[in-house]
Design a protein around this ligand. Structure first.
Ligand SMILES: Nc1nc2c(ncn2[C@@H]2O[C@H](COP(=O)(O)OP(=O)(O)O)[C@@H](O)[C@H]2O)c(=O)[nH]1
Ligand SMILES: [Mg+2]
Length: 224
């Protein structure tokens, strides 16, 4: 199967190159895409120099970035990766392997026994726990981290999700709708380091509200 790694950026010049360099087994990756939400810094310049394919988002927001990345990607397996320092690219080979074994989506999980996060605050940890509990109650799953953005998914299943989220509710939408389609999800443990530079764009309470709303809406999802 061919793999596309899709970087999501909004002003990540400080960490982009370092994270790209840390990607293991680059020769096994079919393409590196960078979906940009309107960076004003040197992000695009660096991506060009690294030979990545650039997608300038038509619509703003991280959620639309996931969608436009999927549309542009040619691989059978899509890996969504945020190069701000929060994600460890060394998990990618295992994520690819799990898809090749037959899973539809693989979430790099920050909350398994063998996992850790050096980035989530106390409040966000509670929020994240509640998203997993809700998902597990409704679907009978045993997820620990329903919403981490670092994930692999089969392109053919993602194309069936009719994704609508504009912001940080995209991950919840993907998880819920994959489960609605009876897709198989597995988590692999990861350690989340701190962001390298700058600040998170996620607004804890506003985006938390959007995530709950998106979960409820996605529960009604039916494939047409
Ligand atoms: N393409 C795209 N990427 C975005 C957008 N907003 C944020 N990102 C990227 O998404 C990743 C995660 O964002 P961040 O603000 O760190 O959120 P957090 O990691 O959930 O706290 C980073 O790599 C950002 O550059 C957007 O509108 N479009
Ligand atoms: Mg981050």
């Amino acid at each position: 199967m061919k793999t596309s790694v899709i970087f999501l950026t909004l002003n990540e010049e400080a960490s982009l190159e370092e994270m790209y360099n840390q990607m293991p087994n680059k020769q096994d990756i079919y393409e590196f895409l960078l979906v940009d939400g309107g960076s004003k810094d040197k992000t695009l310049e660096i991506a060009k120099r690294l030979g990545m394919k650039i997608v300038n988002q038509k619509e703003t927001g991280r959620g639309r970035g996931f969608y436009e990345g999927m549309k542009a990607a040619k691989g059978d397996i899509l890996i969504f990766f945020s190069p701000d320092g929060n994600e460890d690219p060394r998990e990618i080979p295992l994520m690819i392997k799990k898809i090749e074994e037959g899973y539809d989506m693989v979430i790099a999980s920050r909350f398994m026994k063998q996992s850790a996060s050096h980035d989530v605050t106390f409040i966000r940890r509670i929020g994240n726990r509640s998203y997993a509990i809700l998902t597990n109650l409704v679907f009978g799953t045993r997820l620990k981290d329903a919403v981490n953005g670092f994930r692999a998914i089969r392109k053919d299943i993602m194309e069936r999700l009719n994704l609508e989220a504009k912001r940080f509710d995209i991950e919840m939408e993907m998880t819920t709708k994959v489960l609605k389609l009876k897709g198989k999800i597995i988590e692999v443990p990861t350690t989340e380091p701190k962001r390298i530079e700058g600040r998170s764009r996620l607004r804890t309470f506003y985006d938390g509200y959007l995530i709950y709303k998106r979960f409820l809406k996605s529960l009604k999802y039916k494939e047409i």
